[in-house]
Design a protein around this ligand. Structure first.
Ligand SMILES: [Zn+2]
Length: 134
């Protein structure tokens, strides 16, 4: 397949993937580029690092650290308030996700892990690692 042909292929709707985000091992269901090894979540169709389309399903680490966060007070979709944060996974991928913890427990570089939760409208989010304190 030439580069021109690959651009003309329909793009799979990875957002329509209804498999659980949290894997049986507590990892994050995402993708990994077969060309450069970069992870993506949700699984990318085109690698943001090298533009390859050879991205396979992969289990990404379910642990990382909180880079920064904000609390959402107005939402047309979800009950408020809720907290969103950028999570740096242990393999280097940074992603936006819900943070399921009170504000007073949060700090930059707080160790967090992936968890399923009924508190989250998506059914998952990141929680502080036990023993980690602000
Ligand atoms: Zn790549």
């Amino acid at each position: 397949m030439t580069d021109q042909e690959s651009v003309l292929q329909p793009v799979p709707d990875t957002a329509a993937d209804d498999r659980p985000v949290v894997t049986e091992n507590g990892g994050l269901r995402g993708g990994r580029c077969q060309s450069c090894g970069a992870g993506s979540f949700p699984r990318a169709y085109i690698c943001p690092s090298c533009n390859s389309t050879e991205i396979h399903d992969a289990e990404l680490p379910g642990e990382g650290s909180l880079y920064t966060w904000t609390t959402v007070h107005i939402s047309p979709t979800f009950a408020t308030p809720y907290t969103l944060g950028y999570i740096d996974l242990s393999d280097g991928l940074r992603l936006l996700a819900q943070v399921l913890a009170p504000q007073e427990q949060l700090r930059c570089d707080l160790p967090v892990r992936l968890a399923t939760s009924d508190q989250s409208p998506t059914g998952w989010g990141f929680v502080p690692v036990e023993g980690a304190t602000a």
